[in-house]
Design a protein around this ligand. Structure first.
Ligand SMILES: *Cc1c(COP(=O)(O)O)cnc(C)c1O
Length: 353
């Protein structure tokens, strides 16, 4: 080994879902929204004055922070924005998880958490979900250097009741608790109102799923002003201009169209409920999902086989073959039409088998 190799920060990277590009594909593998962003986003992009790109963007991302704060009835100093919630979460790990005690997150959860922990050399422990893939709140009452979990959890879709979340936050007043609400807009209850009551709580959300803007990269976190100040200190020590002018303008337009936001979320929830009924009829089982995906196993057909069969039809879903998730598929909710095609294929495939 070369000496300089000893000085390299080595990490096993996160593997994003694949982004195939076939005209006829049905893409249900990365929890993207099947509907376009709010109409105002298109307008803003068309009217964008390209000359302004000479200039650095507003380092405080003020317009976007204000729009988000107004929408959620918060103060500006309670909101921090970043390049997708992945950027926001990475900043949170870097800022808040610096203790010697291990941070806690579930064994089955968003597969980026352990990657950031490894990258930043943060010790961690991963309490196991119960046999029904539910988080056991008691696992998070032990001493720790921080707590993070998504609600609803990914890739299970299971929602934790707000009272249980509050119990975790209340039992951890000596550490920071981060609730990653990437999917909360699809019918779950948000922990946002609790940030006024608990100074150790942070709630992270994203424009990637419920606001149809995965390609634009906007995420945010809300918490008490002291925590937001610490986050900004780290951000300004790393990269002052995380949000570009396009993302700032488009993000404001997206937040301002509340009616469109509610309508598309409603459509996805309705399609999800329809898909649940159909999947049950076909012999699938799953915990009740409050997200824009369903994490399902079939009673006789192995997930690996179904994954492959769907792929050959250019229907893409996500499969996590390692560990306890080896027999489940994570199926993103597309349009009603896409889900009808998906269900029709499964029906035929399973009966011909
Ligand atoms: C999708 C997702 C994110 C990250 O989304 P961004 O596109 O980076 O905003 C974060 N957490 C969970 C649980 C997710 O599923």
């Amino acid at each position: 080994m070369k000496t300089w190799e000893e000085n390299i920060r080595k990490v096993v990277p996160y593997t994003p879902g694949e982004q195939p590009n076939q005209p006829d594909m049905i893409k249900l593998n990365t929890n993207e929204n099947p509907y376009p962003p709010a109409p105002g986003v298109e307008k803003v992009l068309h009217e964008m004055d390209v000359d302004t790109l000479r200039l650095y963007p507003d380092p405080t991302a003020g317009n976007l922070v204000r729009a988000i704060a107004a929408y959620y009835h918060l103060e500006e100093n309670q909101v921090f924005v970043g390049v997708g919630s992945d950027d926001v979460l990475a900043m949170c790990f870097l800022t808040f998880f610096n203790g010697k005690k291990p941070i806690l997150f579930p064994d089955i959860t968003y597969s980026f958490y352990d990657v950031w922990a490894d990258l930043f050399r943060i010790p961690y422990e991963r309490p196991m979900l119960d046999e029904n893939f539910h988080i056991r709140k008691e696992d998070y009452f032990q001493e720790n250097g921080g707590v993070i979990f998504p609600n609803p959890n990914a890739p299970t879709g299971v929602e934790m009741p707000l009272a249980d979340i509050e119990e975790i936050v209340r039992n951890n007043q000596d550490s920071i608790v981060i609730v990653d609400e990437a999917y909360v807009d699809f019918g779950a209850v948000s922990a946002l109102p609790l940030i006024k009551k608990y100074e150790n709580l942070l709630v992270v959300q994203t424009f990637s799923k419920s606001r149809s803007m995965a390609g634009m990269r906007i995420g945010f976190v809300c918490g008490n002003p002291v925590l937001i100040k610490y986050l900004n200190d780290v951000k300004y020590s790393f990269n002052s201009y995380t949000m570009d002018r396009t993302a700032l303008a488009a993000g404001v337009a997206a937040v301002e169209d509340a009616a469109y936001f509610r309508e598309t979320c409603r459509k996805i929830i309705d399609t999800r409920e329809w898909t649940k009924t159909e999947l049950k009829k076909l012999g699938f089982s799953f915990e009740d999902s409050m997200s824009n995906f369903i994490f399902a196993a079939h009673e006789t057909c192995p997930a690996a086989e179904l994954f492959q069969a769907l792929r050959e039809q250019h229907i893409y879903v996500r499969y996590f073959p390692k560990g306890r998730t080896f027999n489940h598929l994570r199926i993103t909710i597309g349009t009603r039409e896409e889900m009808e095609t998906f269900v029709a294929f499964l029906k035929k495939y399973l009966s011909d088998r």
